[in-house]
Ligand binder design. Structure first.
Ligand code: BGC
Length: 424
């Protein structure tokens, strides 16, 4: 589906990005060049990044791409650390919540306060996001978007063919995957990498115990909640869900799992809404070709993450000006909409009209806004918004050990509680 529907000129223009090659501006930029570290290497991600690149090109600014492949930024922070340690930081880097805080604590970040004040960032970004984009009263990151992780991406044609209605309960969700499996399809397209295991598990946890349970366990890191019967139940529910994977899921990249849904091999994928970027890149339409719905049982809450662009302090006045320009561009209304329309996310700004977003994003934007008001917009553990990296990595280790063995749910819950206590 992807190759037949993608326009060739578009593909050609994105090729260097999708291959992860450095992309240089065609002409020498008169206003200088920015070097930007990111992990946006899938088709949809590269296309979204292209929006920023061309926005800056329009302003005479060149682009040097510094891609570090690895979903959820699993390799990016180590590469960034080595660049910074050797005294050669890029102009800017894509980071997630607690990592942004870490970088701010080390010092060495440019403050974006002037741009933030001019554009009234304090009024337009939701508080749970400001908690990470600001550090000790200073703005340290420009938010690209809001992603949420509790989504199901579904193949509509397959649902119709198999007579499957959109499930709203966990029981119906599993029953529909069984139907697909019985008919020879994969129920759940799954990428067996630690960050993806944790992404799916946080969905199951939220569906099993609800928002208060999620918050107490993953944000407050409350030991009793981590060891509770509800957590054991969450692991047991996860075990049942895992039965609907195909046998080749180990190590699979998330976008290849998305491609299984796109290519009529699998019924669903549970994944953050960057997965929608792959459907967009394949020129598919929501409600017509695919469905997006909140993971059954998680409808009352949104687990979110947001990519923040942090900038590194520099004495070079041209680079300083470029950093301000880039921060301003990222937060501008037009960019927030255009970027999300390619990335699959919703705008990080809460003050934009929804009519230029597609059906999934309109729904998502409304849900994010409602969740921000109801205190159910909660940070994703798998994507760096629930706890610091050491705790996140401890969760990755235990959840993946559970996925890759026959570990019983009660053992997993206890091990995770212990690992979190050690790491925090
Ligand atoms: C990032 C997304 C990215 C996804 C897959 C998430 O942590 O926020 O921007 O598309 O990982 O790499």
């Amino acid at each position: 589906m992807i190759t037949t529907r993608l326009a060739v000129p578009l593909l050609a223009s994105l090729l260097p990005l999708t291959l992860g090659l450095p992309v240089q501006a065609a002409e020498t930029p008169d206003k200088g060049e920015v070097e930007v570290l990111n992990w946006w290497t899938s088709g949809g991600e590269a296309r979204a990044l292209g929006v920023l690149k061309s926005d800056l090109a329009d302003q005479g600014i060149g682009w040097k791409n510094m891609p570090v492949a690895g979903g959820a930024g699993t390799n990016a922070m180590a590469v960034l650390r080595s660049r910074v340690t050797s005294g050669n930081p890029p102009t800017a880097a894509q980071v997630l919540g607690f990592d942004a805080r870490d970088w701010a604590e080390r010092g060495g970040l440019s403050y974006l306060d002037k741009v933030a004040q001019d554009m009234k960032w304090g009024d337009i970004f939701p508080q749970p996001l400001q908690d990470f984009a600001k550090y000790k009263g200073h703005w340290i990151g420009a938010p690209f978007e809001i992603h949420s992780t509790n989504w199901v991406w579904a193949n509509k044609a397959l649902m119709d063919k198999l007579g499957i209605e959109q499930p709203t309960t966990w029981t119906d969700f599993l029953a529909s995957m069984k139907k697909a499996r019985d008919a020879g399809y994969t129920g759940l397209a799954y990428g067996g990498q630690p960050w993806q295991d944790a992404t799916v598990f946080e969905n199951v946890m939220l569906a099993t115990g609800g928002p208060d349970f999620y918050r107490k366990a993953f944000i407050d890191l409350d030991d009793a909640t981590l060891r509770s019967d509800t957590m054991i139940k969450a692991f047991n529910n996860f075990r049942e869900l895992l039965a609907y994977r195909d046998p080749n899921s180990s190590g699979r990249d998330w976008n290849l799992a998305t491609a299984m849904v796109i290519n009529d091999k699998a019924l669903y994928q549970i994944m953050g809404d960057w997965a929608k970027g792959e459907f967009i890149n394949a020129n598919l339409a929501p409600d017509k070709d695919y469905l997006c719905f909140r993971t059954p049982g998680t409808q009352q809450a949104v687990t979110f993450n947001s990519d923040l662009m942090i900038m590194f302090k520099t004495d070079d006045t041209q680079q300083q000006a470029l950093q301000d320009t880039m921060a301003r561009a990222i937060a501008s209304p037009g960019f927030q909409i255009a970027f999300s329309n390619n990335k699959g996310s919703v705008p990080a700004r809460m003050d934009l009209p929804a009519d230029e977003l597609d059906a999934c994003a309109q729904k998502g934007y409304e849900q994010v806004q409602a969740a921000a008001k109801n205190n159910t917009l909660m940070g994703s553990m798998a994507h760096g918004y629930a706890a610091q990296a050491a705790v996140k990595n401890a969760v990755f280790d235990i959840v993946s050990a559970f996925v890759n063995s026959s570990m019983p749910g009660d053992v997993a819950a206890e091990q995770m509680a212990m690992a979190i206590q050690d790491a925090k």
